[in-house]
Ligand binder design. Structure first.
Ligand code: UDP
Length: 328
């Protein structure tokens, strides 16, 4: 198939694009490089453009005879979305609507969409199932939920076939060391801890150790970025006109902040000094997926079920690319 990958220069999108190529698909990455990296895109496959540019998107879809879209392009930082919601509603909501308009104009009827655990807010029970209420607690979560609703409505009215894949905590890097996480500024736990191991930061500050969890720190479900990529390919194969799939992508295993730091100590051999800080606003104590629906629907089982091997791939990337793509 010919696939348009929006945000294919970003963290998850670049990994998925590589997997699509390996599976024999033709890909075109559509990205404005505002947060993505030119170096993460396969040469000669980049179309530089804005999501808001519906005409350019539609033109690219016709020109490249696109069969389906994988839509990664979005802003994805909770704190930033609280401080500057306009950025999130404009980019994530209006950008996605522009993309959907372009798809309708060029008769492209299939899309795999990057959704998020943040659409659930603070669920009362764990693990999280897809039929739990979606009650986001920040603009980022709302911006993704609005698009999920649009997809469902477009499926019913216009026959769109879609998958909304709700990622838990994307982590790790391509095991061949070519692709990895490179955000500026970095706010995610594993890259920050590994930056401590590299001597780029003095210590890691744990955001709260008084949560109602066994060691007092927050529990998350870390899922390897290559496992996310594999799930996207499986979803693509199963898209059907007028039908929507809404699936959690997680391992079903929870890991606390302290356990992540401990895994990083083991993998890097560095002591990794720790400080205890305040809770970060909007951080639920625990977010763990019930991943059984993705397994049943897609035949997808994450290859990386534990934090250690995930951190090993991330460490290889950060050690070999201490400045990310800047010196790649
Ligand atoms: N965290 C932390 N210190 C940091 C960054 C993150 O203690 O410097 C914690 C954060 O509170 C959360 C977990 O690590 O419980 C994962 O945070 P991250 O930002 O990586 O992902 P999120 O869960 O926000 O998507």
């Amino acid at each position: 198939m010919n696939i348009l990958v929006t945000g294919g220069a970003g963290y998850v999108g670049s990994h998925a694009a590589r997997w699509l190529l390996r599976a024999g698909h033709e890909i075109w990455v559509y990205d404005n490089l505002s947060r993505g990296h030119r170096e993460a895109v396969v040469p000669d496959r980049l179309i530089e453009g804005e999501l808001a540019d519906t005409a350019k998107l539609a033109g690219a879809m016709v020109d490249k005879q696109i069969d389906a879209v994988m839509h990664f392009a979005a802003f994805a930082l909770v704190g930033e979305s609280v401080a500057d919601p306009a950025l999130y509603y404009r980019n994530n909501v209006l950008g996605s609507l522009s993309l959907l308009d372009a798809m309708r104009a060029s008769d492209v009827r299939r899309i795999v969409f990057s959704s998020t655990t943040a659409t659930y807010g603070e669920p009362e029970k764990m693990p999280i199932r897809e039929d739990f209420p979606q009650k986001p607690i920040n603009p980022y979560g709302f911006s993704k939920l609005v698009v999920e609703h649009a997809l469902a409505d477009y499926a019913a009215a216009y026959g769109l076939g879609y998958a909304a894949l709700r990622y838990f905590n994307a982590a790790g890097a391509s095991p061949d060391g070519d692709l990895g996480e490179d955000h500026e500024p970095e706010s995610h736990l594993i890259p920050i801890v590994l930056q401590v191991a590299l001597g780029q930061r003095e210590k890691i500050t744990i955001f709260g150790e008084d949560y109602p969890t066994p060691d007092g720190t927050c529990i998350r479900d870390y899922v390897h970025v290559d496992d996310l990529a594999a799930a996207h390919l499986a979803a693509l194969d199963r898209l059907q006109d007028g039908v929507g799939m809404k699936l959690n992508l997680g391992t079903g295993r929870g890991t606390s902040v302290r356990e992540v730091i401990e895994a990083c100590r083991r993998v890097t051999g560095h002591a990794i000094p720790v400080a205890i800080g305040e809770r970060r606003p909007g951080d639920p104590p625990e977010l763990v997926a019930d991943a059984s629906l993705a397994r049943e629907t897609l035949g997808w089982t994450p290859k990386y079920g534990e934090i250690g091997p995930i951190v090993e791939t991330a460490w290889r990337w950060h050690r070999d690319h201490p400045r990310g793509y800047a010196i790649a």
